[in-house]
Design a protein around this ligand. Structure first.
Ligand SMILES: *Cc1c(COP(=O)(O)O)cnc(C)c1O
Length: 363
């Protein structure tokens, strides 16, 4: 059986640790992309239970999923389809992140009084109003607010995490945007800039609320700090039951292209997880797998549904568990180990775990 066990108690502890690190700022836990693969609804419930003030998602479909599940905590959604139905989301109490003037006009005209959070671009060059448009953006929002069409609840931006100087420069530009909002007559209740990295390492970026994504799941956004070093516990463990075991002769080719040939007579274990499940094919011959307390490397290529592990002369049986990653404190490989084996980041490792992998929740 393919399974991702999600430790909700670890998520709750991580949020408590991060809330302390936010130094009084309110917290928005980011549950976009199915809570980075962990399951949006169970994660949202767990974090709201331990006092997360807000939930953040990318798009309105993700916000509706939370509301459909009966979660009534404040929610912000910020990346919208050009055809997005703002009224339907506003009627369910979803705050709308607004990034440019035409979008602001659409939200103001949607027929329901939207709570909006105005995004400004202070770097990154992605979403958010460009500096040259700040004055008009804020003045237009203020006019709509005076007319009762919207409530401007927040002003916010996002850091590039390039280096300390760049992040501080963005924080300074953000302060200028706040001044421009104030000149336009806006007095937003929420002002926010920092995601996990800014929360932990850029004090000038904390403002009144911090947006916590990867750290909620117990993973570090930094190359130079582990989960444990930040006081966090990885919440996802990915494993599968070994589907078959066979003894093969020296020189046997393993998986497509025979990139691996057994150096000696050996035992091969077949693990039913492949790139369809989010295992990066790029980790072929490199990704670590722990079986009965021993960590091996994948033998040969990752296929769509399966990988093969050469366990040598170890005793391994059908039904034994193969753990790809989890909490390294438990002696298994980490999502960071997989990120390194795949030339990517831990965010991508957990987020790509596919729908065929059952999620099992530990309370
Ligand atoms: C994804 C995202 C976050 C969370 O970032 P982490 O590095 O995972 O903490 C915060 N804010 C915005 C706008 C995001 O898109």
């Amino acid at each position: 059986m393919r399974e991702a066990t999600i430790d909700l108690a670890a998520i709750a502890r991580n949020v408590e640790t991060l809330t302390a690190a936010a130094h009084g700022a309110r917290t928005m836990v980011i549950v976009k992309a199915n809570a980075y693969g962990h399951g949006a609804v169970p994660v949202a419930r767990a974090v709201v239970d331990v006092g997360a003030d807000w939930l953040g998602v990318a798009d309105l479909d993700e916000a509706h999923e939370l509301r459909d599940a009966g979660i009534d905590a404040p929610v912000l959604a910020w990346l919208h389809d050009p055809e997005a139905d703002f009224a339907a989301a506003v009627d369910r109490g979803v705050d709308i992140g607004v990034s440019y003037l035409e979008q602001l006009e659409r939200v103001a005209a949607c027929g329901s009084r939207a709570h909006v959070q105005l995004k400004v671009d202070t770097g990154l060059s992605r979403n958010g109003a460009a500096r040259d448009d700040w004055a008009e953006f804020f003045e237009t929002a203020a006019a709509h607010e005076r007319a009762g069409r919207i409530v401007v609840r927040g002003v916010w931006s996002h850091l590039s995490n390039t280096n300390e100087d760049e992040d501080n420069a963005q924080a300074a530009d953000f302060a200028e945007a706040l001044a421009a909002a104030s000149v336009a007559g806006l007095d937003p209740e929420l002002v926010h800039l920092a995601a996990t990295a800014g929360t932990l390492r850029v004090p000038a970026a904390r403002f009144g609320l911090v947006r916590l994504g990867i750290s909620t799941y117990g993973l570090s956004p930094f190359g130079d700090a582990t989960s444990a070093g930040l006081g966090l516990t990885p919440a996802m463990e990915l494993s599968a039951s070994i589907a078959s075991v066979k003894r093969v002769a020296a020189g046997s080719g393993v998986s497509y292209g025979y990139d691996y040939r057994t150096p000696a007579e050996t035992t091969l274990a077949l693990v039913p997880l492949g790139y369809a499940d989010g295992i990066p094919r790029h980790a072929s011959s490199r990704g670590p797998v722990s079986i009965n307390g021993v960590t091996y490397r994948i033998a040969g290529r990752v296929a769509m549904d399966q990988i093969v592990v050469d366990v040598g002369d170890s005793e391994v049986s059908v039904g034994d568990r193969a753990v790809l990653f989890g909490d390294p404190a438990a002696g298994v490989p980490s999502a960071d180990d997989w990120a390194e084996a795949s030339d990517t980041i831990n965010y991508e490792i957990v987020t790509r775990i596919g729908p065929r992998v059952k999620r099992r929740y530990l309370p």
